[in-house]
Ligand binder design. Structure first.
Ligand code: PMP
Ligand code: GLU
Length: 395
């Protein structure tokens, strides 16, 4: 019998974050006391002022298809947000609203990558980058960074990875999974390399922009010589605790935005109408309205770092944003833990699930085999309990 499924899907990895979250959910349903620290999802309710805007939109009968690239009023709110928070000036033709930042990334890949084009991914990178690039027939080129350099790519590393086939570089700052935040001068140093290669585009994924503990966020598109070839991606999932509402957006060159609009028009049409109306209210609000969540994430970051640093064999960088820690656990490789041989990060993460009932994600999914990712989007009690269980499991 001929093969039913396409090579495309057979060659695609399942999202490791979603797979681990599903596994944790399953075990929980079986009655196991799992602490889920695998999924990158804020544990707060969506703020009331945003929920009220959605209820109003339903009552006002917003129920029709929206323009494919988003309501004009939402695009205006995004333009105002980009100017207010990032000093970036876009016009409505440069903005596309999509079903989550994930769809923005997929659109950009599908409209820019041709067979064999290379996309530079500083490791660790967010789990889906690599498979979205492959889906688009591109070739991910991983650049290995070190914990000593706070998991940031240096200009020399970037230059060494560039070939005549390089089409783009994709990165997130604050970074999922390392929490690293590129400073403006670090971005400038990378831009100084890129100016020598005018055909290389940049995808700057800034979805964790507001979850930043150092109070400084920089965007690649802020530099005049990078503006015309940077696609800035953002969304409301993280900062506004709206993961399930599925709204993301991008700002970038008009030709790319037009192409994303065309792609989306054949695949999903416009994003959900009620969510779009609610996001107008979210983006128009002063960012101080969501500061309470950022403050709480910082307390949790400090707590989890303190607890993890007490465990022998685990070493962490200090994340400056997002809500993940990315500890190096490679000192356990080759060791037996309660009868289990730990060969790699996947073994270690699965061992924690079985022995400590704590769900984490293997670093392999993010292009780093030495680490695991722990999300601290959980209560302080859950974090303390989880790390205490991990400590017992590895001691
Ligand atoms: N980029 C990064 C770095 C992320 O962590 C996520 C997590 N979901 C996304 C993009 C996609 O976000 P969204 O929920 O808007 O699709
Ligand atoms: N971005 C989140 C994470 O990294 C959500 C899961 C996903 O979309 O893959 O866990």
């Amino acid at each position: 019998m001929s093969q039913l499924l396409s090579e495309r899907i057979l060659n695609m990895a399942t999202s490791a974050t979603l797979a681990m979250a599903a596994k944790a959910r399953e075990l929980k349903a079986e009655g196991k006391d799992i602490i889920g620290l695998s999924l990158g999802e804020p544990d707060f309710n969506t703020p009331d002022f945003i929920k009220d805007a959605a209820k109003k939109a339903i009552d006002e009968n917003y129920n029709s298809y929206t323009p494919v690239d988003g309501y004009a009023e939402l695009k205006q709110a995004i333009i105002t947000k980009f100017k207010r928070d990032n000093n970036l000036v876009y016009n409505p033709k440069q903005i596309v609203v999509s079903t989550g930042a994930k769809q923005c990334l997929a659109n950009v890949a599908l409209v820019l990558i041709d067979e064999g084009d290379e996309v530079i991914l500083p490791c660790p990178y967010w789990v889906s980058y690599s498979d979205i690039v492959k889906l688009s027939n591109g070739v991910p080129v991983e650049v290995v960074t070190s914990i000593e350099n706070d998991f940031k790519m240096t200009p020399n590393q970037l230059e060494a990875a560039i070939t005549p086939k390089t089409k783009m570089i994709w990165f997130s700052s604050p970074c999922n999974p390392s929490g690293s935040v590129y400073s403006k001068s670090e971005l400038r140093a990378l831009a100084d390399v890129l100016v020598k290669y005018p055909n290389i585009y940049v995808v700057s994924d800034e979805i964790y922009e507001h979850i930043n503990f150092i109070g400084c966020h920089a965007s690649m598109a802020e530099f005049n010589d990078m503006y015309g070839r940077t696609i800035t991606i953002n969304g409301v999932s993280k900062a506004f605790s709206m993961t399930g509402w599925r709204i993301g957006f991008l700002g970038g060159p008009e030709s790319i935005a037009r192409a994303c609009n065309k792609m989306q028009g054949q695949i999903t049409s416009g994003a959900n109408c009620i969510a779009q109306r609610a996001v107008i209210t979210a983006l128009e609000a002063d960012p101080s309205k969501i500061q309470y969540m950022v403050d709480e994430f910082k307390v949790r970051r400090d707590l989890i770092l303190k607890l993890l640093n007490n465990i022998e064999g685990i070493s962490c960088n200090i994340p400056e944003g997002a809500f993940y820690v990315f500890p190096d656990v490679s000192s356990f490789y080759g060791k037996m833990l309660k009868g289990n041989l730990i060969k790699n990060a996947t073994d270690f993460s699965l061992y924690l699930l079985e022995a400590a009932l704590v769900a984490t994600v293997t670093g392999d999914a993010f292009g780093n085999p030495n680490c695991i990712r722990i999300s601290y989007a959980a209560s302080q009690n859950q974090i303390s309990e989880a790390i205490s269980r991990i400590q017992k499991a590895v001691s």
